[in-house]
Design a binder for this molecule. Structure first.
Ligand SMILES: [Mn+2]
Length: 458
């Protein structure tokens, strides 16, 4: 590629970054000092009169070149463009200007970009300095402690686990001096697979055990998540909505972010901390699960962190832990549910009956949405005395969360996002005349979606 810059401003070549080995960087200018500066930066240069057609002809400019023009005088700019475009029309030309409008005859031939468009990275550069300071602060708080507790939610998820692993790395500690723990334990099969395959130990502790630690850090949660968490804590790093009413020496909460793993990745990169394959794999999985593969609630920061980590992560391990594992005991329920799945226009209903594990219901809801022409899928099953309903939609019409609320809120807990929702209903709350759970779900759901009052069942 040949990058051609035409300018009378010595700073313009800086916009292009360092001169690479593969590309040709060519500066064209009428100003000697500009040419001298560019040469120092490794550019090829050519002194020419900017309105001289013959000079452009000799350069054989073509669609393969990338031409950047920055000339402060509009008259000069116009003369320069006149000369170039007379010689050759199909050159990709970018003009750097705050207030120049392309004359009609050149409409579609020239792209005009204000100088500030090149400075988009400034905010993220400032953010890096902040991340660097945060790491220094964290290291200071935890430096003198014998034992540091990295505390997670009661049912630790990949984002929390990965974040704890990252903080342990940042603090230069190991599983003895900074164990990862929870008051509950890891239950979801994918999460169990994650800690097994990445050999991450997550301890289950009690409130008394807290006394064994000099310092406590909360990852992916804040105090009040469970009553055992002390209200005076050393560090809180999280992305859930901010809560107040506790004390902490260090707080970094960014509700905008899709994952705490994103914050941790920024810490790691800003502080120049080496990211191992194991850590990268954990963080990728953390971001992936919390954002549903960069779908829901994702910021450019999450995408950026994911892109940095993904090449380092172990793809085979990622595939292995991410594979949904259906319990053998539930295979029969699956078969029956699929066979009896009812298709009501664009809504697929599938009822799994009693199950040995709850998480197969959302999995089944995802699966049913793959059925041809399905716009909605409503999967349900009975687990632990509760009727659990998972709802999925492509999200073009009504919101899954709103519809689910309207249908089931009165009977139990119900809610969710635009594309996915869940309801949990104690079996005793289902009106007694409905022996058939599926029929009841259908009636409630069509009522919520279409406003059709259910005919009463006698
Ligand atoms: Mn999270």
């Amino acid at each position: 590629m040949r990058f051609v810059v035409i300018t009378d401003d010595p700073n313009t070549v800086k916009l292009m970054g360092p001169v690479g080995e593969d590309d040709i960087h060519l500066l064209l200018s009428e100003v000697d000092s500009v040419i001298r500066h560019a040469r120092k930066d490794g550019w090829r240069t050519k002194h020419l009169k900017l309105d001289d057609e013959e000079s452009y002809k000799k350069l054989h400019l073509s669609y393969r070149d990338r031409v950047l023009i920055k000339l402060d005088s509009k008259a000069e700019l116009k003369k320069c463009l006149d000369a170039i475009l007379t010689v050759q029309q199909d050159i990709p030309i970018t003009v750097v200007s705050e207030n120049w409008t392309t004359p009609q005859k050149w409409e579609g031939l020239i792209r005009v970009v204000p100088l500030r468009a090149f400075c988009g990275g400034i905010a993220s550069e400032l953010e890096k300095a902040a991340a660097m300071r945060s790491v220094a602060h964290l290291r200071k708080i935890f430096s003198k402690a014998d034992r540091v507790l990295l505390l997670l939610q009661d049912d630790p998820d990949p984002d929390g686990i990965a974040s704890a692993l990252a903080l342990r790395t940042i603090l230069g500690r190991n599983r003895t001096t900074a164990p990862i723990a929870s008051f509950g334990h890891v239950t979801r099969p994918e999460n169990v697979a994650m800690i097994r395959d990445l050999e991450i130990q997550v301890l289950t502790i009690t409130e008394e055990d807290l006394n064994e630690y000099d310092r406590i850090a909360l990852l992916d949660l804040q105090p009040f998540h469970s009553p055992q968490i002390p209200l005076s804590i050393d560090a809180v790093i999280d992305h859930h909505p901010k809560r107040t009413g506790y004390e902490a020496k260090f707080v970094d909460i960014r509700p905008r972010y899709g994952a705490t793993s994103t914050i941790m990745t920024q810490y790691l990169t800003a502080s120049g901390t080496q990211i191992s394959q194991r850590l990268a794999t954990a963080l990728v999985y953390g971001i992936k699960t919390d954002t549903q593969l960069l779908g829901r609630d994702t910021t450019p920061d999450d995408v950026d962190a994911f892109a940095k980590l993904y090449p380092i992560a172990n793809q085979a391990t990622l595939r292995k832990i991410d594979r949904p594992q259906i319990p053998r005991d539930d295979l029969v329920s699956f078969a029956i549910a699929l066979q009896h799945a009812s298709i009501d226009g664009e809504i697929i209903y599938a009822h799994l009956g009693p199950l040995s594990r709850e998480d197969v219901i959302p999995y089944f809801a995802d699966l049913c949405l793959e059925i041809e022409d399905a716009q909605w899928s409503v999967a349900s099953g009975v687990f632990d005395g509760m009727l659990i309903i998972s709802i999925r939609t492509y999200g073009e019409g009504a919101s899954a969360g709103e519809t689910t609320k309207k249908a089931f809120e009165v009977y139990g807990s119900a809610g969710g996002h635009r594309a996915m929702a869940k309801a949990v209903i104690p079996l005793e709350n289902i009106p007694s005349q409905y022996l058939d759970h599926e029929l009841w779900i259908k009636e409630r759901f069509t009522y919520a979606l279409f406003g059709k009052e259910p005919e009463s069942v006698s």
